[in-house]
Each structure stands twice: as structure tokens, then as C-alpha cells.
Design a protein around this ligand. Sequence first.
Ligand code: ZN
Ligand code: ZN
Length: 268
Amino acid sequence: MIKTDYHMHTCYSFDSDEKMEDIVKKSIDIGLREIVFTDHLEVIHPNKRIDSVIDYDKYVGEISYLKIKYGKDINILLGAEINLEPSIEKETNDYLSTYPFDFIIGSLHAFEFKDFATPDSSKGLTQDEYYKKYFEWGINCVKKDFNFSVLGHIDYIIRYGGYDNKFLNMDVHREYIKEILKTLIDKGKGIEINTAGLRYNLGHVHPKMEILQMYKDLGGEIVTIGSDAHKKTDLARDFDIAYDVLKKCGFKYYSRFEKMKPVFEKIN
Ligand SMILES: [Zn+2]
Ligand SMILES: [Zn+2]
């Protein structure tokens, strides 16, 4: 089984109230041996400064304290989930370099600072047009030189846009997705299996299996597993399903990270 949860949020994120220490205690209880805090480091307004989003000294300080207190029971890593926004690429990278991150998720949460989840982002666009806007934006973002380890929830857009179905038409989007995956592989970056897709009733993890298979077939090897928990009861949720999906796609390993470098763990 997978004992490493590589995507979670705490009260340092705007969308969670969970205390870090409660997350750590719960993780130990359910037998995890490594967790990464990946709170949002996200600027969704062009006039905001990055360091106004989270008190990072406090964030890093609390993780250091928890490492000392619980280090014999669990490995705790310093991470972040960043929003890839090309107009502040340098500022984002500079900011990240001031802290000793172990792992960073790069995500496509917003288009030019406008959150993909807000209803008016898709105004006037068909479902295919909206998703195309997302994937084209994704290509643009991954071609930049952001410092991140894995691309978060690649097919995240299927949750949004207010369309009746949650269908991703691969015939329309396959080549865009392929371009994103190839770019990631060329740059030595990975993807994640994000089990929150099941909690959003998509009927599958992020990404859907065809995309994961495509990453494997293109030569991709770096896959982390994360619950994207915003509360402790969702930690490591549906990891048995993630494990099966990985195996079905023919992966022999999943990934952990040590100081921004992937480490491969064998799948039995
Ligand atoms: Zn995210
Ligand atoms: Zn997240």
C-alpha cells in the first residue's frame, strides 16, 4: 500500500480550517509514514504580493516544530501548491528559493489571475472551448521554467464550467494533453494521482486513466499520490484505488521526493 500522502491543505490555506498538528496525529494513526504539507502559495490578484498570501516564516516554523515533535513516528516534508502564472514566473521562483522546499506542486488554478472555478470564467464558451482554453494555458505554463516537482490534477478543469456533464472529450483534447505531458517529461517533472476526483463524484481519480497511461507510454516515470485533503478525514482517502490504477497502467514505481529530487518506491 501507499504510505505517503503528497497533497494536503491546512488552515494555512484559504480553503481549509484543519490544524497542522491534527493532520500529523491523524496521519500517524492511519499508518502513513510520510506526508507533505502543500498549502496554497497562490496569487490570484495581480496587485497582491506573494508573501501576503501566507505567513511563510510561521508556516515553515510550525513544520520544523512538528518534525522535531513527531519525527520518530512520521516523516514530515515542506511543500507548497503553487498556481502557475507566467506573468509572475520570476517572482514565484525567487520566492520559492527563499525556503528549503522538499516538494512543490504546480497547478493550473487560474487563467491570468482569474480562477477557473468561478462561473464567469467559462461565460460564452462551449465545454470544449473552455477546456481547450485550460489546456492551451497549461502548455504555455509548463513550457516556462517554474520550479515545481509535479503538475497537479491535470484534468482539474472537468470539475468546472457549470456544464451538465463532466465529460472530457479526449478526441478534441488529446494532442494538447500530450503536449503538456511531453513537456513535463522533457523537463524531468512528474504528475500526480490526486484522489479528490472521486470525492468530486467524477467517478475517477485525477487524471483519468487514459491520461496517466499516455504519460507512461510517452516515457513518464514520476508519479506522486495525494489525497488533496482539506480535512484530516480525507487523508490517504482512496489510495487503494490510486494503487490499482497505477498498476493497471503498468507503472512499477511511484515517487516520493527528497529535497526536490524524486525517489522511486517499488509497487508490489
Ligand atoms: Zn489544486
Ligand atoms: Zn490542493
